[in-house]
Design a binder for this molecule. Sequence first.
Ligand code: SF4
Length: 263
Amino acid sequence: MPGIVFDIKRFAVHDGPGIRTTVHMKGCPLRCTWCHNPEGIAPEPVEVLKEIRMGNRTFHQKETVGKHFTVGELYADLIKDRVFWDESGGGVTFSGGEPLMQHDFLLEILTLLKENGIHTALDTSCLTSLSLLKEIVPLTDVFLADLKTLNDEEHIRFTGVSNRSIIQNIEWILQHGYAARLRIPVVPGVNFNDNSLQEFLKFVSNKPFESIDLLPFHSIASAKYKRFGMENAMHDVPSLSREALSEWKAAFEKENFNVNIGG
Ligand code: SF4
């Protein structure tokens, strides 16, 4: 079965170790109000009208977001970057959307990459069944596990789903000795408050996360929402600066974690 990919980012430096090629796969079961990749949420390719400005004239061109790849086609495209991975200790990261939505395809491409000695990372919401997770873990060198809030009511309110199985899956990954970084999107009006910070500190305490990655909210996706004709619940929320997260960074560092701002 082919996979559906909506973007391949080359030379990514925030999606795992070294220089990486990040594959954004279509489909996501969450509906985060601040989503930076709204074009990745629908599982199928979507047609959009792209606005092109030339001088004072505006043109509209149809564009399809999302392309089918067989495992062989995707591998052939990715492997062109091998020299950069080998030089930098990098590899391939699967992101989304939610890459676990295309579980069978993901399993096949991860198997092929591992057979060829390539480092793999999975940027995931960790919303999946334990049985599917167990198939993926041996093929994934590091999980970039996203956690939005520890408060389940708020999680449902801001993402549309409960965080219970997400938390259980993150804990399972760590308890079974697999590598994980915790990624926290820090979003004003959602989790950017002292109460959330204290809950996160309690959660990470004594857990062997490789690092804590703080992802400050930015309003850069506003143009995408306009382009895709989607409602943007965060349209009037300004971006959060790196400096605004210095207190959060210091708090995790005090607990001896390696902290990155921006991934
Ligand atoms: S999990 Fe990621 S891709 Fe899915 S809705 Fe949330 S921010 Fe968007």
